[in-house]
Design a binder for this molecule. Structure first.
Ligand SMILES: [Zn+2]
Length: 198
């Protein structure tokens, strides 16, 4: 974690039902010593950020940061906050898995693309719930497909297998479809693309 990038970020997250949460975030990009910088065409976080900012069409810069909301020390995931269009938060365990290679570059790119799908929902009355997750999964898939055609080393099938990692598998909840159904939806889409010769 780069100290000079450490910022204190105070948020009120209505969607999560937290009254006030204080999140200390450290931007990952620009941390040259971190092992997550890619090689052989793997997209780095700054590559992903550049793509995010190109794709979002917004004037503001989106940064990928480590998020420390309450509970995140055990929660493996990534998230955005309803009142914040400029950060994608990666939880410490997710970052650790990434550094250990359990979550691959392709998987992480999918997760980041998924979160951009959520940012596109910010401010919408219909936001939240399983349908937004499904939309964001497709959004993530399109995002990494784009990254692949930009020349980054992305394996689409490997990326979607994040939903089959034993550590990440979860049953359906009020907010999220089951991990297995998310995997199956994206696999169907990849099979369809393959049949269409994409
Ligand atoms: Zn999501």
């Amino acid at each position: 974690m780069c100290k000079h990038h450490r910022i204190i970020h105070r948020v009120i997250d209505v969607v999560l039902g937290l009254m006030v949460a204080i999140s200390i975030a450290a931007t990952l990009s620009g941390c040259g010593t971190m092992s997550m910088n890619g090689s052989n065409g793997d997209p780095t976080f700054s590559d992903l950020e550049a793509m995010l900012n190109r794709e979002s069409g917004m004037n503001q810069q989106i940064s990928i940061v480590v998020g420390h909301l309450y509970g995140d020390e055990t929660n493996v995931g990534a998230y955005t906050l309803a009142d914040d269009d400029t950060h994608i938060y990666v939880t410490p365990p997710m970052k650790r898995w990434y550094e250990q290679g359990i979550v691959t570059h392709s998987m992480m790119a999918l997760i980041v693309g998924h979160e951009l799908g959520h940012i596109s929902h910010h401010g919408k009355a219909t936001r939240g719930g399983p349908s937004e997750e499904i939309f964001s999964d497709y959004y993530g898939l399109l995002f990494i497909e784009e990254a692949k055609s930009d020349g980054y080393s992305i394996n689409l099938r490997e990326a979607i297998s994040i939903w089959r990692l034993p550590q990440r598998s979860a049953p359906a909840s009020a907010s999220h479809p089951s991990s297995e159904s998310r995997y199956q939806r994206l696999k169907e889409k990849l099979d369809q693309w393959e049949r269409q010769g994409k």
